[in-house]
Design a protein around this ligand. Structure first.
Ligand code: ATP
Length: 353
């Protein structure tokens, strides 16, 4: 593991009005990786970013940059730059002067400013746009200008606060590729705030799932998707069927009144658990051959799959993704593999790190 570029240790943040927005935040950020802070509105993502940027102070805890405590270092002396949600471009300046703004403030030589601004515009694929007015370029291009302005200072870390939220779906997807590609080219650390789980899964090397001022889980997108630590994460990241259950033995778990073989869950017999089954891991078969039987309630065509909602005998709703539609008969069987059953400790709220 590379030496961390940023560390947050035991950070809490209580705002002046007494509201505690963050409690005991611990994060380790390595250089050159793409991180996402993923969580619902109001969970504390922006507050974490503002602390790293130096726009607000921590109430307790330490922020370290390359091993040095920077709690008291002013924002403009941190080797960190921010791209804001609304881009915060200056409408009265053209593209060149927007990107050059920070370098002009630092009174860098004219020739150096010109070279660095044009290089930054090239990096974000806007060569030839230097003399355009901000009002003469599209939302996606404004987004790129904001990124060019942030990278022109060659920060070691780029903080991005929901930078794609103002863009329409198609452009948003294009920009996801572009940003990921840009990060890999620049090899600087990106910390990207989003409430969109698909965006976080697609772009990140690592995700921090934030809720209610706490980090619930951190890990690679695959780890978090396959092994959510609790009900909230399982529900927030992807779609899930989540059911209460009980361990029977090391490789056996009971739910919906039946016992199923599962992978090693590392839990004791009789322990109360929650079981997660992803909709795409459920295979549709005949009622006779199913491990479970459900009655089809609705079926929707979603382009690349059919989304089926089935109800079991106990009244539980099951979400199933199937490549084929269900034809004939409302009762279907569901099968799944033991390793498709993900077992979580019941009511577990936070990661223990
Ligand atoms: P969003 O996705 O909506 O931007 P977020 O996850 O980024 O949300 P934050 O902006 O970090 O959330 O806010 C976390 C909590 O702290 C919210 O409940 C918010 O109302 C509160 N908060 C933010 N700024 C202040 C402030 N200056 N004073 C008091 N409370 C604040």
């Amino acid at each position: 593991m590379a030496a961390p570029i940023i560390e947050l240790r035991g950070i809490t943040k209580t705002y002046d009005d007494g509201f505690t927005a963050l409690s005991n935040i611990n994060m380790t950020i390595e250089p050159g990786k793409f991180y996402s802070l993923l969580g619902p509105s109001g969970s504390g993502k922006t507050t974490i970013l503002r602390l790293i940027a130096g726009f607000t102070n921590a109430t307790t805890g330490s922020i370290l940059f390359e091993g040095q405590k920077i709690n008291d270092l002013p924002a403009n002396q941190r080797k960190v730059n921010t791209v804001f949600q609304n881009y915060a471009l200056f409408p009265h300046l053209d593209v060149f002067d927007n990107v050059a703004f920070g370098l002009n403030l630092q009174k860098r030589p004219k020739a150096e400013i010109k070279k660095r601004v044009l290089d930054a515009l090239k990096l974000v694929q806007l060569p030839g746009y230097a003399n355009r007015e901000i009002s003469e370029i599209s939302g996606g291009q404004q987004q790129r200008v904001a990124i060019a302005r942030a990278i022109v200072n060659e920060p070691k870390v780029l903080l991005l606060d929901e930078p794609l939220s103002a863009l329409d779906m198609k452009l948003r997807q294009d920009m996801q590729y572009e940003l990921r590609e840009l990060q890999q080219r620049l090899k600087i650390t990106f910390i990207f705030v989003t409430h969109d789980q698909e965006e976080a899964l697609a772009m990140s090397d690592e995700i921090f799932v934030v809720n209610d001022g706490k980090i619930l889980q951190s890990g690679t997108p695959v780890d978090i998707y396959d092994e959510p630590i609790n009900h909230f994460v399982a529900n927030f990241i992807g779609e899930s069927n989540i059911l209460p259950g009980k361990m029977q033995a090391d490789y056996q778990v009971e739910f919906v009144g039946k016992t199923f073989e599962c992978a090693d869950a590392g839990m004791k017999p009789n322990e109360k658990v929650e079981v997660v089954l992803r909709p795409e891991d459920l295979d549709v078969t005949t009622a006779e051959q199913g491990k479970l039987v459900v009655t089809v309630d609705t079926q929707l065509f979603r382009g690349d799959h059919f989304e089926i909602i089935g109800i079991d005998d106990d009244g539980n709703e099951w979400l199933i993704h199937s490549t084929n539609p269900v034809r004939g008969g409302k009762h279907i069987g569901l099968t799944f593999e033991p390793e498709d059953i993900h077992v979580m400790r019941f009511g577990e709220k936070e990661a223990d790190f």
